[in-house]
Write a protein that binds this ligand. Structure first.
Ligand code: ADP
Ligand code: MG
Length: 582
């Protein structure tokens, strides 16, 4: 008995397929790339069950002759290179000749394709990579590929697919990247009657940003274009005032290819650093052009990382360009403001600007903690049931906020320090924690409903939670496409924060493994955090008192929902030790 066997071809194909086809989104990526390589300017992607039962991609590209089509599904069959030197002049997305072979090895695949010249098209059906049926068929120029029941013959891989919403979001991301990087091509993504993305040929990059990253990101963007040495940089970056909770809206393309790159993320962050609140990130959609010798774009189909020859140089080129652009916004803004002044008195302008700016900030961050039904007042167990004055007696007269985050109360023999965000988060958590699907929390109707134009990926999540968040007091109505209208919010959320709270919730939720988590519980945690005052928010004396009062009524006032401490006490005894008296 020989131990070593040469593997059968179909087994080899299935194993190899694993490297190219990880999940439905990778099929979408490969097939859209093929359509782009074929010169299509109209690409329609239709999926069912987040791509696991069907992925159909139709293009109006050059099509294939019947002979080419049959060859195309064999491993290492490509029209894009014929020898190793061709790699250096490559201007197509594919060249390895693996995608069709790999995908057809792990699915049931229909291909319909026709070239301009051919009198009729070809229909083929493949199962596990083998052609089972073929016949002539009518079609206009182009190619339609249908991938059914992905991984039907590789159960082990099928098991590894994530929850449907996760796979769907990944497909939306992949198609979104093509929309951003290929203006001039009409690209559409639908599932059943739901259209997730639809960019038409005429739309420019900024309009495409609106579709892919949402109206909020779009509205905060400014254009950027610069050339330095061998580097070119084009695209959009956000104004420093328009930041996000995650880096998700930072998208980079190097020489036209989507890449993930720590260096580029860092460069963007660095450019804004002094202007950012902690935990906030700017948005950016940037196209970076470098001489081919300066970069090693790893062309492995599933790897998106990129390596630059001179990372320091790349970083400084980006930081320079972005910083310059941001500086110019500040100048533009000042000029606009000066121009809009009724009696322009140049010497007064800077002072006025400063004062006005301060007012705005103050307004945005004033919270209603008073006993009146504000923040949490509507719940009888919380504020409102006890007048602030009563509580005052237990609080020493002295109360301070330091570092924009810590409330300090000197007592007789100790010092109490409270982290305002952690404290409010705890209060909110216990408040929202009472929510159940049967017994929703009280909501507060908005005088002016707020329209949210979400990024496609966010709308996938919104669709999932729209029923659940009613329990917390939100009332959100789908308004077609990726647009939603917010009619009501929990009484604990301030009107002026509605948009950012909802978007932050969606962004937080995107990083939660929903397969494991209890959705309502996750929502409660996230909403508590998002609705809570933040470090850096200035508080008045009354607000501090009210916050401490509400904290004192919590069941677990000593830690925030993430387990971090809310309060610290420093005793005189400890002070004596620190001053080495003891
Ligand atoms: P690669 O793209 O690396 O060449 P693929 O397996 O993705 O390998 O495709 C193999 C070949 O099939 C391509 O080189 C191309 O000639 C042809 N092909 C695939 N998809 C299309 C399409 N949508 N339109 C026209 N030709 C296509
Ligand atoms: Mg290809």
């Amino acid at each position: 008995m020989q131990k070593i066997k040469v593997l059968r071809n179909d087994v080899v194909d299935q194993i190899a397929a694993g490297e190219v086809v990880e999940r439905p989104a990778s099929v979408v990526k490969e097939l859209v790339e093929n359509a782009i390589d074929a010169g299509a300017d109209n690409i329609e992607v239709e999926i069912e069950a987040a791509g696991s039962s069907l992925i159909r991609i139709a293009d109006n590209g050059e099509g294939m002759t019947p002979d080419d089509a049959k060859l195309a599904c064999q491993r290492h069959a490509t029209s894009k290179i014929s020898n190793i030197h061709d790699l250096e002049r490559l201007n197509t997305l594919g060249f390895r000749g693996e995608a069709l072979a790999s995908i057809s090895a792990v699915s049931q695949m229909d291909i319909i394709t026709k070239t301009e010249e051919a009198s009729s098209g070809l229909y083929m059906y493949l199962e596990s990579g083998q052609v089972q049926k073929e016949r002539p068929i009518g079609r206009s120029r182009g190619t339609t590929i249908e991938v059914r029941n992905l991984f039907y013959n590789v159960p082990a891989r099928k098991k590894f697919l994530k929850k449907e919403s996760t796979e769907l979001a990944e497909i939306v991301n992949v198609v979104g990247r093509f929309i951003l990087s290929y203006p001039g091509i009409t690209i559409k993504l639908t599932q059943g009657s739901r259209c997730f993305l639809h960019a038409t040929r005429e739309m420019d990059l900024l309009e495409r940003i609106r579709i892919v990253l949402g109206g909020e990101v779009h509205d905060g963007m400014v254009e950027l274009s610069s050339r330095q040495d061998k580097f070119g940089l084009n695209g959009y970056v956000s104004k420093p005032s328009a930041t996000r909770k995650t880096r998700r809206s930072q998208v980079f393309f190097v020489n036209g290819r989507f890449v993930k790159s720590r260096v580029l993320n860092d460069a963007v962050y660095e450019s804004y650093r002094s202007m950012l609140e902690r935990g906030r990130y700017p948005s950016a959609v940037l196209f970076f052009e470098v001489a081919p010798g300066e970069v090693d774009v790893n062309v492995h189909p599933t790897k998106l990382e990129v390596k630059f020859d001179d990372e320091k140089k790349v970083k400084s080129v980006l930081v320079n360009a972005i910083k310059n652009r941001i500086d110019s916004i500040k100048v533009e803004d000042k000029e606009k403001e000066a121009a809009s002044r009724l009696a322009p008195e140049p010497s007064e302008t800077p002072e006025n600007t400063a004062i006005q700016g301060e007012d705005e900030i103050q307004d945005e961050f004033s919270y209603d903690f008073s006993g009146s039904p504000g923040a949490l007042g509507r719940d009888s167990a919380h504020a409102g049931s006890l007048p602030v004055d009563n509580f005052l007696k237990s609080v020493s007269d002295e109360i301070y906020q330091i570092g924009g985050c810590y409330i300090v109360e000197p007592k007789n023999d100790h010092l109490v320090i409270t982290d305002q965000h952690a404290a409010h988060e705890r209060i909110m958590y216990e408040f929202f924690g009472k929510a159940t699907e049967e017994k929703p929390l009280e909501k507060q109707k908005l005088l002016f409903p707020v329209t949210l134009e979400l990024a496609a990926g966010q709308s996938v999540l919104m669709e999932k939670i729209v029923g659940k968040i009613t329990a917390l007091g939100f009332e959100v109505e789908p308004f077609g496409g990726t647009t939603y209208i917010i009619h009501a919010v929990p009484s604990a959320v301030k009107d002026s924060d509605v948009k950012s709270v909802v978007i932050d919730i969606l962004e937080d939720l995107a990083s939660v493994d929903l397969k494991r988590a209890d959705l309502l519980d996750e929502l409660i945690k996230i909403t508590s955090c998002r609705a809570a005052i933040k470090a850096g928010d200035p508080l008045t004396r009354d607000e501090m008192i009210s916050l401490l009062e509400q904290l004192s009524k919590c069941d677990l006032p000593f830690t925030c929902p993430h387990g971090r401490p809310v309060k610290l006490e420093i005793t005189v005894d400890e002070l004596e030790k620190r001053f080495r008296r003891k």
